[in-house]
Ligand binder design. Structure first.
Ligand SMILES: [Zn+2]
Length: 490
């Protein structure tokens, strides 16, 4: 039997039996006319892919068709492409009905790849977004009714991650943002929405090369500080989006290598959030602890809480090598870095283990250098060297004064699975912004009506005051570029 190609198909013409692999299964909730319908992306042995819409009355076929398996299919209908969210460039689609036959077949002699990409470079995105604010690509198709209709397509993007955020909440939606560079060396922001954010949060990290399929392009108005308004384009996930990591991307070894070799970008930092972001994420410690690990891990939260205890039996600062930032230790009269040898000077960094309490539950946390510096208004070196608090296990007075004061703490929650003690949840108040908030009431859950501009309680420190002002300055911006570089203290 001849191995037919997807390119032989013509709308409204007889189908041919096709040997295909099912390389994607998805729904398109965002298509208002088609909320729950199932779609497959099918790929043949000639390198072509086609979208198939499932219109069966029973769920039998969908249940029987497995992702990545190969089938010989026949008895389907060939249609023009969909008018919304075209996933591949093919100008036909397949409609699967009750009479369609999916016959499972073994792998072909030359296996069909499990992926299909039609990568776009940054320049192509800009050109397309002008024509349509929502989706990439636009083409006119003359239908049988002799009416022109618009066909949109989604973009695949091969890129290197420069930085990525944790899962955040904006309005009622969960999202994750990352800054990526493509082969044309342009950077662009990709937003992963809802379950897509949770699916990938633990595998994304700066430096990784990824292939992201079926993204839409949107234009975003960005207000920078100083009222400078600009527009930028960004990419967003759709329900058809998939992400493949570099080791799993077939056939692009050369491109992947080039991406890996590109000079590192000055990456934006997602540790910072606007005050609005933080307020959208306010919750209680009890709610976080009772959440499904997969839903709360790596996600940013904020709580109105007090420091209940600072664990003085653990060291509250460390000294680091100025060359490699690893910790140093005394060796007779010298300070030794295990990589760099004797170091002439060392950096001091806060690393304070504490317990937060918000009336609902307690939470062990670690204040890294940035966070503690902002709370105290004093950097670690000043505290140790000038003010003479040099004993690593003697908590300084100014730090003890922080205990019991109610503040809004924002942090990324990290669930430590390796820990044998359930309570040792590793929580890092990473944000640069422990900000003083109006002390209204000791409610366990704070109403949305808490106004950032309300009568503020006196900030605990000058730094907190400055921080609050800084946050307000940035309110309404969405720009990761506004975030100052931040220590990544371990
Ligand atoms: Zn070193």
């Amino acid at each position: 039997m001849a191995d037919h190609s997807i390119t032989e198909l013509r709308p409204y013409k007889k189908p041919v039996p096709l040997n295909v692999r099912v390389i994607r299964k998805y729904t398109l909730q965002w298509n208002p006319k088609d909320p729950k319908k199932r779609y497959y992306l099918l790929k043949d042995g000639h390198g072509n892919a086609i979208e198939a819409r499932v219109e069966t009355r029973s769920k039998k076929i969908d249940a029987q068709v497995s992702l990545y398996r190969c089938y010989k299919i026949d008895g389907y209908v060939v249609n023009p492409p969909m008018s919304f969210g075209k996933v591949v460039s093919q100008d036909t689609t397949i409609v699967i009905g009750d009479r369609t036959v999916f016959q499972h077949i073994p792998e072909l002699p030359v296996p069909i790849p499990k992926q299909h990409f039609e990568f776009a470079l940054h320049g192509a995105l800009e050109d397309r977004v002008k024509k349509n604010p929502v989706l990439t690509g636009i083409a006119l198709d003359r239908t049988s009714l002799n009416v022109f209709r618009i066909i949109y397509s989604l973009s695949d993007y091969l890129c290197r991650i420069e930085s990525n955020s944790a899962v955040m909440k904006r309005k009622d939606k969960n999202l994750l943002k990352m800054m990526v560079t493509d082969l044309s060396e342009h950077t662009i922001e990709i937003t992963l929405w809802e379950e897509m954010a949770y699916t990938y949060v633990n595998v994304l990290s700066p430096g990784k090369v990824i292939a992201v399929a079926s993204l839409k392009v949107t234009r975003l108005t960005v207000a920078f500080v100083m009222c400078h308004i600009t527009e930028k384009i960004q990419l967003e996930s759709t329900p058809a989006t998939t992400i493949d990591l570099e080791l799993a991307i077939e056939g692009y070894a050369e491109e992947i290598k080039r991406l890996q070799m590109l000079p590192k970008r000055a990456s934006c930092q997602y540790g910072y959030q606007t005050e609005r972001d933080i307020r959208d994420n306010i919750t209680t410690i009890a709610d976080i602890l009772s959440g499904e690990p997969v839903l709360v891990n790596n996600r940013r939260f904020a709580c109105i809480a007090r420091i209940k205890e600072i664990q003085g039996y653990r060291t509250w600062y460390s000294r680091k090598c100025p060359h490699c930032n690893d910790s140093v230790r005394p060796e007779e009269d010298d300070m030794i870095c295990k990589h760099c040898g004797t170091v002439e000077s060392t950096k001091y960094a806060y690393c304070v283990n504490a317990v937060l309490f918000d009336g609902t539950a307690t939470l062990p946390v670690v204040f890294f250098d940035d966070a503690m510096r902002q709370l105290l208004g004093t950097d670690c070196e000043t505290m140790v060297v000038r003010e003479g608090f040099s004993d690593t296990k003697q908590v300084p007075g100014p730090m003890i004064e922080l205990i019991g004061k109610e503040k809004l703490y924002s942090f990324i929650y990290r669930f430590n699975e390796d820990s044998t003690i359930q309570q040792t949840l590793e929580v890092q108040p990473l944000t640069s912004a422990p900000i003083a908030v109006p002390v209204t009431a000791k409610e366990t859950s704070l109403p949305d009506s808490v106004k950032p501009t309300g009568p503020a309680a006196a900030p605990a420190t000058p730094a907190a005051k400055n921080q609050k002002k800084h946050v307000r300055d940035l309110e309404g911006t969405d720009g990761p570029s506004t975030k100052k570089a931040k220590d990544k203290d371990e």
